[in-house]
Design a protein around this ligand. Structure first.
Ligand SMILES: [Zn+2]
Length: 221
């Protein structure tokens, strides 16, 4: 029975081909070629569009990436905090600390008062050096404080060197000094005479007296 069914199918195919004929085969072949031609034409027409896309994307990506990277670098540089560290202006022991939140007794003035700077004990004539690079803003002689030098370090930061026995001849207002430059010699001021020879050293930030010990990294007790 199965063989009989197969024979029937082959008979049907033969009859279909015979009924369509050679002309029908040519027609089918023509349709196939036409379809192939359309597919080729569509692929050809779409090819230039695909070729243009890579030309756009590479040109846009590099133009945006380099402009973003310098922006980040510039903003990063502006955020860099310059360390405000200082070196000891004179070698010696701290004999009086920075005190502004309470009163301490001043032997010389015989009264209770604050102490905006620190006193660094030393010998008369010991060299006093700029704690940090900057510009000499004040160079004066005061009856009570003795010779005084004020150096402006920029960014609202200033240092005061009071009770100097003498100011170096080469130092005058407007001079630019490097850290460690000798600006004068230590002495005994009238205002703090009872404390002996020392340097009265102050650090000011935005017109507010600071604790110099927070800036002096090289002080060794
Ligand atoms: Zn003092």
């Amino acid at each position: 029975m199965k063989l009989g069914q197969l024979k029937d199918k082959t008979k049907r195919k033969k009859t279909i081909i015979s009924t369509v004929g050679k002309q029908g085969i040519y027609a089918v072949a023509f349709v196939c070629l036409a379809v192939a031609g359309i597919v080729l034409a569509v692929s050809m027409s779409s090819a230039p569009q695909d070729a243009e896309l890579p030309q756009i994307t590479p040109s846009t990506i590099p133009s945006t990436v380099p402009t973003q990277q310098p922006d980040k670098d510039v903003s990063g540089n502006t955020n860099v905090v310059i360390p405000e560290t200082m070196q000891m202006p004179v070698n010696g022991e701290i004999t009086k600390e920075h005190v502004i939140d309470r009163l301490i007794y001043d032997e010389t003035m015989q009264q209770w008062c604050t102490h905006s700077g620190i006193d660094i004990a030393c010998n008369e004539g010991d060299p006093v050096k700029a704690a940090m690079s900057g510009t000499v803003e004040v160079c004066k002689s005061d009856v009570m404080q003795g010779n005084v030098v004020i150096i402006n370090h920029g960014n609202g930061l200033k240092t005061v060197y009071a009770g100097l026995e003498a100011v170096d001849d080469s130092i005058k207002a407007g001079d630019t000094v490097a850290a460690g430059t000798e600006i004068g010699t230590a002495g005994i001021s009238v205002q703090e005479m009872a404390d002996g020879a020392h340097l009265h050293f102050e650090v000011w930030k935005n017109n507010t007296a600071q604790d110099p010990m927070e800036y002096l990294e090289d002080y060794i007790k």
